[in-house]
Design a protein around this ligand. Structure first.
Ligand code: GAL
Length: 386
Protein backbone atom coordinates (compact mmCIF):
# COMPACT_ATOMS: atom_id res chain seq x y z
CA UNK A 1 0.00 0.00 0.00
CA UNK A 2 2.77 2.41 1.00
CA UNK A 3 4.66 1.64 -2.20
CA UNK A 4 1.54 2.24 -4.29
CA UNK A 5 0.94 5.58 -2.61
CA UNK A 6 4.56 6.55 -3.08
CA UNK A 7 4.40 5.61 -6.76
CA UNK A 8 1.22 7.63 -7.18
CA UNK A 9 2.87 10.64 -5.56
CA UNK A 10 5.82 10.41 -7.88
CA UNK A 11 3.60 10.07 -10.92
CA UNK A 12 1.36 12.94 -9.93
CA UNK A 13 4.37 15.12 -9.24
CA UNK A 14 6.27 14.21 -12.36
CA UNK A 15 3.07 14.47 -14.38
CA UNK A 16 2.31 17.92 -13.10
CA UNK A 17 5.75 19.13 -13.96
CA UNK A 18 6.32 17.12 -17.11
CA UNK A 19 3.19 18.63 -18.57
CA UNK A 20 4.86 22.02 -18.18
CA UNK A 21 7.73 21.17 -20.46
CA UNK A 22 10.62 23.58 -20.60
CA UNK A 23 10.27 27.05 -19.24
CA UNK A 24 10.42 30.41 -20.88
CA UNK A 25 11.35 33.13 -18.46
CA UNK A 26 8.36 35.34 -17.65
CA UNK A 27 8.62 39.02 -18.44
CA UNK A 28 8.73 40.23 -14.86
CA UNK A 29 11.97 38.65 -13.70
CA UNK A 30 13.25 41.57 -11.67
CA UNK A 31 16.45 41.57 -13.71
CA UNK A 32 18.27 44.79 -14.46
CA UNK A 33 17.93 45.27 -18.18
CA UNK A 34 20.62 47.99 -18.22
CA UNK A 35 23.44 45.63 -17.27
CA UNK A 36 25.51 44.73 -20.33
CA UNK A 37 24.74 41.29 -21.69
CA UNK A 38 27.25 38.48 -21.99
CA UNK A 39 28.79 38.19 -25.44
CA UNK A 40 28.08 34.51 -25.90
CA UNK A 41 31.64 33.43 -25.11
CA UNK A 42 31.24 32.64 -21.40
CA UNK A 43 29.73 29.47 -20.02
CA UNK A 44 28.03 29.08 -16.67
CA UNK A 45 27.97 25.59 -15.16
CA UNK A 46 24.83 24.94 -13.14
CA UNK A 47 24.68 21.94 -10.78
CA UNK A 48 21.20 21.20 -9.44
CA UNK A 49 20.53 18.44 -6.90
CA UNK A 50 17.72 16.41 -8.42
CA UNK A 51 14.87 16.38 -10.90
CA UNK A 52 12.69 14.35 -8.58
CA UNK A 53 11.70 17.36 -6.45
CA UNK A 54 9.56 19.84 -8.33
CA UNK A 55 11.28 23.06 -7.36
CA UNK A 56 14.72 22.18 -8.75
CA UNK A 57 13.22 21.63 -12.18
CA UNK A 58 11.90 25.18 -12.00
CA UNK A 59 15.20 26.56 -10.68
CA UNK A 60 17.25 24.85 -13.37
CA UNK A 61 15.01 26.01 -16.17
CA UNK A 62 14.63 29.58 -14.92
CA UNK A 63 18.38 29.91 -14.42
CA UNK A 64 19.11 28.47 -17.84
CA UNK A 65 16.56 30.73 -19.53
CA UNK A 66 17.78 33.86 -17.77
CA UNK A 67 21.48 33.22 -18.38
CA UNK A 68 20.88 32.39 -22.04
CA UNK A 69 18.71 35.49 -22.46
CA UNK A 70 21.57 37.50 -20.97
CA UNK A 71 24.06 36.16 -23.50
CA UNK A 72 25.75 33.29 -21.64
CA UNK A 73 26.11 29.65 -22.56
CA UNK A 74 24.81 27.23 -19.95
CA UNK A 75 25.81 23.73 -18.94
CA UNK A 76 23.05 22.38 -16.65
CA UNK A 77 23.36 19.10 -14.75
CA UNK A 78 21.14 17.31 -12.26
CA UNK A 79 22.79 14.85 -9.90
CA UNK A 80 19.93 12.51 -8.96
CA UNK A 81 20.37 13.52 -5.30
CA UNK A 82 23.68 11.62 -5.24
CA UNK A 83 26.75 13.21 -3.70
CA UNK A 84 29.27 11.29 -5.82
CA UNK A 85 27.41 12.11 -8.98
CA UNK A 86 27.35 15.81 -8.11
CA UNK A 87 31.10 15.77 -7.47
CA UNK A 88 31.58 14.09 -10.86
CA UNK A 89 29.20 16.51 -12.58
CA UNK A 90 31.10 19.49 -11.20
CA UNK A 91 34.47 17.92 -12.07
CA UNK A 92 33.30 17.48 -15.64
CA UNK A 93 32.22 21.15 -15.80
CA UNK A 94 35.65 22.16 -14.46
CA UNK A 95 37.21 20.00 -17.20
CA UNK A 96 34.96 21.78 -19.71
CA UNK A 97 36.45 25.07 -18.47
CA UNK A 98 33.20 26.75 -17.50
CA UNK A 99 33.70 30.35 -16.38
CA UNK A 100 31.51 30.19 -13.28
CA UNK A 101 29.81 27.48 -11.20
CA UNK A 102 26.36 27.79 -9.61
CA UNK A 103 25.73 24.95 -7.23
CA UNK A 104 22.69 23.83 -5.23
CA UNK A 105 24.46 21.15 -3.22
CA UNK A 106 23.06 17.66 -2.64
CA UNK A 107 25.20 17.47 0.47
CA UNK A 108 26.60 20.83 1.51
CA UNK A 109 29.56 19.25 3.29
CA UNK A 110 30.87 16.95 0.60
CA UNK A 111 32.15 19.26 -2.11
CA UNK A 112 35.32 20.65 -0.48
CA UNK A 113 37.86 18.80 -2.64
CA UNK A 114 36.00 19.40 -5.88
CA UNK A 115 35.65 23.09 -5.10
CA UNK A 116 39.35 23.31 -4.24
CA UNK A 117 39.91 22.03 -7.79
CA UNK A 118 37.54 24.70 -9.14
CA UNK A 119 39.48 27.35 -7.25
CA UNK A 120 42.78 26.06 -8.63
CA UNK A 121 41.28 26.32 -12.10
CA UNK A 122 40.26 29.94 -11.39
CA UNK A 123 36.53 29.23 -11.50
CA UNK A 124 34.39 31.23 -9.07
CA UNK A 125 31.60 29.43 -7.23
CA UNK A 126 28.22 30.75 -6.13
CA UNK A 127 26.19 28.64 -3.67
CA UNK A 128 22.63 28.59 -4.92
CA UNK A 129 19.83 28.22 -2.36
CA UNK A 130 21.83 25.85 -0.12
CA UNK A 131 25.06 27.00 1.54
CA UNK A 132 28.16 24.96 0.69
CA UNK A 133 30.12 24.11 3.83
CA UNK A 134 33.80 23.74 4.72
CA UNK A 135 35.34 25.48 1.75
CA UNK A 136 36.90 28.85 1.06
CA UNK A 137 36.15 28.41 -2.65
CA UNK A 138 32.60 29.71 -2.47
CA UNK A 139 32.34 33.46 -3.13
CA UNK A 140 28.64 34.22 -2.63
CA UNK A 141 25.42 32.65 -1.45
CA UNK A 142 22.03 33.46 -2.99
CA UNK A 143 19.00 32.13 -1.15
CA UNK A 144 15.97 33.12 0.87
CA UNK A 145 15.91 33.97 4.54
CA UNK A 146 15.72 30.32 5.54
CA UNK A 147 15.06 30.86 9.24
CA UNK A 148 12.13 33.11 8.35
CA UNK A 149 10.61 30.30 6.29
CA UNK A 150 10.24 28.22 9.46
CA UNK A 151 9.21 31.24 11.49
CA UNK A 152 6.35 31.93 9.06
CA UNK A 153 5.19 28.32 9.45
CA UNK A 154 5.28 28.61 13.25
CA UNK A 155 3.47 31.95 13.21
CA UNK A 156 0.79 30.50 10.97
CA UNK A 157 0.14 27.76 13.55
CA UNK A 158 0.22 30.26 16.42
CA UNK A 159 -2.37 32.45 14.72
CA UNK A 160 -4.58 29.63 13.42
CA UNK A 161 -4.92 28.16 16.93
CA UNK A 162 -4.83 31.54 18.68
CA UNK A 163 -2.15 30.13 20.96
CA UNK A 164 -1.67 33.37 22.87
CA UNK A 165 -5.25 33.37 24.11
CA UNK A 166 -6.49 29.80 24.10
CA UNK A 167 -7.02 27.64 27.14
CA UNK A 168 -7.05 24.48 24.97
CA UNK A 169 -4.09 22.16 24.48
CA UNK A 170 -3.12 20.97 21.01
CA UNK A 171 -0.97 18.12 19.70
CA UNK A 172 1.75 18.83 17.15
CA UNK A 173 4.31 16.74 15.25
CA UNK A 174 7.26 18.06 13.27
CA UNK A 175 8.60 16.78 9.95
CA UNK A 176 11.91 18.34 8.90
CA UNK A 177 14.17 18.10 5.87
CA UNK A 178 17.36 16.41 4.76
CA UNK A 179 20.20 16.54 7.32
CA UNK A 180 22.71 16.98 4.47
CA UNK A 181 20.94 20.21 3.42
CA UNK A 182 22.26 23.17 5.40
CA UNK A 183 18.86 24.87 5.00
CA UNK A 184 16.93 22.13 6.76
CA UNK A 185 17.88 22.97 10.38
CA UNK A 186 17.20 26.67 9.69
CA UNK A 187 13.64 25.83 8.63
CA UNK A 188 13.12 23.54 11.62
CA UNK A 189 14.63 26.00 14.12
CA UNK A 190 12.63 28.92 12.75
CA UNK A 191 9.41 26.98 13.34
CA UNK A 192 10.42 25.34 16.61
CA UNK A 193 11.77 28.56 18.18
CA UNK A 194 8.53 30.34 17.31
CA UNK A 195 6.41 27.64 18.94
CA UNK A 196 8.75 26.83 21.85
CA UNK A 197 7.06 29.06 24.36
CA UNK A 198 3.72 27.30 23.74
CA UNK A 199 5.44 23.91 23.99
CA UNK A 200 7.07 24.99 27.27
CA UNK A 201 3.73 26.22 28.59
CA UNK A 202 2.00 22.98 27.63
CA UNK A 203 -0.40 24.64 25.20
CA UNK A 204 1.28 22.58 22.50
CA UNK A 205 2.13 18.95 23.22
CA UNK A 206 4.29 16.60 21.14
CA UNK A 207 2.95 13.09 21.87
CA UNK A 208 5.84 11.39 20.04
CA UNK A 209 8.36 13.30 22.15
CA UNK A 210 10.33 14.05 18.98
CA UNK A 211 11.55 17.55 19.67
CA UNK A 212 14.97 17.49 17.98
CA UNK A 213 15.78 18.11 14.33
CA UNK A 214 17.67 14.80 14.10
CA UNK A 215 14.59 12.89 15.27
CA UNK A 216 12.30 14.32 12.61
CA UNK A 217 14.69 14.84 9.67
CA UNK A 218 13.66 13.29 6.33
CA UNK A 219 16.45 11.85 4.19
CA UNK A 220 16.48 13.46 0.74
CA UNK A 221 13.29 15.36 1.59
CA UNK A 222 11.57 12.26 0.20
CA UNK A 223 7.76 12.15 0.16
CA UNK A 224 7.58 8.40 0.74
CA UNK A 225 9.94 8.64 3.73
CA UNK A 226 7.82 11.41 5.24
CA UNK A 227 4.73 9.28 4.59
CA UNK A 228 6.25 6.27 6.32
CA UNK A 229 7.51 8.31 9.28
CA UNK A 230 4.10 9.87 9.83
CA UNK A 231 2.37 6.49 9.52
CA UNK A 232 4.67 5.18 12.25
CA UNK A 233 4.05 8.21 14.45
CA UNK A 234 0.28 7.90 14.02
CA UNK A 235 0.36 4.19 14.78
CA UNK A 236 2.53 4.61 17.88
CA UNK A 237 1.23 7.76 19.51
CA UNK A 238 -2.25 8.53 18.20
CA UNK A 239 -5.56 6.78 18.80
CA UNK A 240 -9.25 7.59 18.87
CA UNK A 241 -8.54 9.58 22.02
CA UNK A 242 -5.39 11.37 20.95
CA UNK A 243 -6.02 13.92 18.24
CA UNK A 244 -3.36 15.30 15.90
CA UNK A 245 -3.88 19.05 15.54
CA UNK A 246 -0.78 20.19 13.67
CA UNK A 247 1.69 18.56 11.31
CA UNK A 248 4.46 21.12 10.97
CA UNK A 249 6.20 20.12 7.75
CA UNK A 250 9.26 22.01 6.53
CA UNK A 251 8.40 21.80 2.84
CA UNK A 252 5.89 20.60 0.29
CA UNK A 253 7.53 17.30 -0.68
CA UNK A 254 7.39 16.15 2.95
CA UNK A 255 3.93 17.68 3.44
CA UNK A 256 2.63 15.50 0.59
CA UNK A 257 3.76 12.37 2.42
CA UNK A 258 2.33 13.55 5.72
CA UNK A 259 -0.98 14.47 4.07
CA UNK A 260 -1.20 11.00 2.55
CA UNK A 261 -0.47 9.40 5.93
CA UNK A 262 -3.23 11.48 7.50
CA UNK A 263 -5.68 10.47 4.73
CA UNK A 264 -4.87 6.79 4.99
CA UNK A 265 -3.94 6.19 8.64
CA UNK A 266 -5.35 8.92 10.83
CA UNK A 267 -8.48 7.94 12.76
CA UNK A 268 -9.44 11.39 14.10
CA UNK A 269 -12.36 13.38 12.73
CA UNK A 270 -10.57 16.73 12.60
CA UNK A 271 -8.42 18.08 9.75
CA UNK A 272 -4.97 18.76 11.17
CA UNK A 273 -3.15 21.94 10.17
CA UNK A 274 -0.42 21.00 7.68
CA UNK A 275 2.32 23.46 6.71
CA UNK A 276 4.64 23.41 3.71
CA UNK A 277 7.05 25.36 1.55
CA UNK A 278 7.65 25.83 -2.19
CA UNK A 279 4.24 26.17 -3.86
CA UNK A 280 4.45 22.80 -5.61
CA UNK A 281 1.45 22.29 -7.88
CA UNK A 282 0.13 19.19 -6.08
CA UNK A 283 0.35 20.98 -2.73
CA UNK A 284 -1.49 24.02 -4.08
CA UNK A 285 -4.26 21.63 -5.11
CA UNK A 286 -4.21 20.15 -1.61
CA UNK A 287 -4.52 23.66 -0.20
CA UNK A 288 -7.64 24.28 -2.32
CA UNK A 289 -9.01 20.89 -1.22
CA UNK A 290 -8.33 21.64 2.47
CA UNK A 291 -5.73 18.88 2.91
CA UNK A 292 -2.86 21.32 3.45
CA UNK A 293 -3.22 24.68 5.19
CA UNK A 294 -0.43 26.83 3.83
CA UNK A 295 2.83 26.88 1.95
CA UNK A 296 5.70 29.31 2.29
CA UNK A 297 6.38 30.64 -1.15
CA UNK A 298 9.81 31.49 -2.50
CA UNK A 299 9.83 33.01 -5.97
CA UNK A 300 12.59 30.98 -7.59
CA UNK A 301 12.47 33.06 -10.74
CA UNK A 302 13.49 36.06 -8.65
CA UNK A 303 16.15 33.95 -6.95
CA UNK A 304 17.45 33.17 -10.44
CA UNK A 305 17.47 36.84 -11.42
CA UNK A 306 19.45 37.92 -8.34
CA UNK A 307 21.84 35.05 -9.06
CA UNK A 308 22.22 36.31 -12.61
CA UNK A 309 23.15 39.80 -11.41
CA UNK A 310 25.70 38.47 -8.90
CA UNK A 311 27.12 36.20 -11.59
CA UNK A 312 27.42 38.98 -14.16
CA UNK A 313 29.35 41.09 -11.66
CA UNK A 314 31.66 38.21 -10.68
CA UNK A 315 32.26 37.33 -14.33
CA UNK A 316 33.13 40.97 -14.99
CA UNK A 317 35.78 40.76 -12.26
CA UNK A 318 33.82 42.91 -9.81
CA UNK A 319 33.19 42.29 -6.11
CA UNK A 320 29.44 42.63 -5.69
CA UNK A 321 28.12 44.01 -2.41
CA UNK A 322 24.91 45.56 -1.07
CA UNK A 323 24.80 48.06 -3.93
CA UNK A 324 24.07 45.23 -6.36
CA UNK A 325 20.54 45.20 -5.00
CA UNK A 326 20.00 48.65 -6.51
CA UNK A 327 20.05 46.99 -9.89
CA UNK A 328 17.24 44.52 -9.19
CA UNK A 329 13.58 45.10 -8.45
CA UNK A 330 13.49 42.05 -6.18
CA UNK A 331 13.13 42.53 -2.41
CA UNK A 332 16.28 41.09 -0.84
CA UNK A 333 18.88 41.76 1.86
CA UNK A 334 22.66 41.64 1.67
CA UNK A 335 23.97 39.80 4.72
CA UNK A 336 27.64 39.47 5.65
CA UNK A 337 27.13 37.92 9.09
CA UNK A 338 24.68 35.04 9.20
CA UNK A 339 26.05 32.32 6.95
CA UNK A 340 29.33 30.94 8.26
CA UNK A 341 30.25 27.79 6.34
CA UNK A 342 32.86 26.63 8.84
CA UNK A 343 35.71 28.30 6.98
CA UNK A 344 34.37 31.77 6.21
CA UNK A 345 31.29 33.92 6.46
CA UNK A 346 29.87 33.78 2.97
CA UNK A 347 28.37 37.09 1.78
CA UNK A 348 24.72 36.34 1.14
CA UNK A 349 21.84 37.74 -0.85
CA UNK A 350 18.64 36.70 0.90
CA UNK A 351 15.24 37.08 -0.70
CA UNK A 352 11.97 37.34 1.19
CA UNK A 353 9.55 34.40 1.52
CA UNK A 354 5.82 34.79 2.18
CA UNK A 355 2.79 32.77 3.21
CA UNK A 356 0.28 31.41 0.72
CA UNK A 357 -3.10 30.03 1.80
CA UNK A 358 -6.27 29.26 -0.11
CA UNK A 359 -7.31 32.89 0.43
CA UNK A 360 -4.40 34.54 -1.38
CA UNK A 361 -3.57 32.18 -4.24
CA UNK A 362 -3.95 35.15 -6.57
CA UNK A 363 -0.58 36.36 -5.27
CA UNK A 364 0.94 33.39 -7.08
CA UNK A 365 -0.92 34.30 -10.25
CA UNK A 366 0.54 37.81 -9.87
CA UNK A 367 4.06 36.36 -10.12
CA UNK A 368 3.33 35.29 -13.68
CA UNK A 369 4.50 31.77 -12.86
CA UNK A 370 1.07 30.28 -12.10
CA UNK A 371 -2.37 30.60 -13.68
CA UNK A 372 -5.88 29.41 -12.81
CA UNK A 373 -7.18 26.36 -14.61
CA UNK A 374 -10.26 26.63 -16.84
CA UNK A 375 -12.64 26.28 -13.85
CA UNK A 376 -10.68 28.79 -11.75
CA UNK A 377 -10.40 26.12 -9.10
CA UNK A 378 -6.78 24.98 -9.10
CA UNK A 379 -3.53 26.64 -10.08
CA UNK A 380 -1.28 25.35 -12.81
CA UNK A 381 2.14 26.43 -14.01
CA UNK A 382 2.41 29.01 -16.80
CA UNK A 383 5.62 27.38 -18.03
CA UNK A 384 5.54 26.81 -21.77
CA UNK A 385 7.49 24.54 -24.03
CA UNK A 386 10.20 26.51 -25.77
C1 GAL B 1 15.72 23.15 0.31
C2 GAL B 1 15.02 24.26 -0.40
C3 GAL B 1 13.56 24.12 -0.22
C4 GAL B 1 13.07 22.71 -0.54
C5 GAL B 1 14.04 21.61 -0.14
C6 GAL B 1 13.79 20.30 -0.87
O1 GAL B 1 17.09 23.32 0.27
O2 GAL B 1 15.43 25.53 0.10
O3 GAL B 1 12.90 25.09 -1.02
O4 GAL B 1 12.72 22.61 -1.85
O5 GAL B 1 15.37 21.96 -0.32
O6 GAL B 1 14.07 20.40 -2.23
Amino acid sequence: MKKVLAAITTLVMLGSFASCGAVTSPENTGTNTNTPKGDGTKTVGIAMPTKSLERWNRDGEYLKAQFEDAGYKVELKYSDDKTDQQNNDIQSMIADKVDLLLIAAVDGSSLSQTLADAKDAGIAVIAYDRLIMNTDAVSYYVSFDNYTVGKLQGEYVRDALDLDNTSETYNIEFTAGDPADNNAPYFFNGAYDTLKKYIDKGTLKIPSGKTKFEQVATLGWATDTALENMQNTLASYYSDDVQLDVALCSNDSTARGVTQAISSDYKGKNSPIVTGQDGDITNLKNIVDGKQSMTVYKNVNEEASVTLEVSKAVLAGQTPDASLLNSVTVEAAYDTESYNNGVKVVPSYLLVPYVITKDNLDLLVDTGLYKWDANKKYLESTAETT
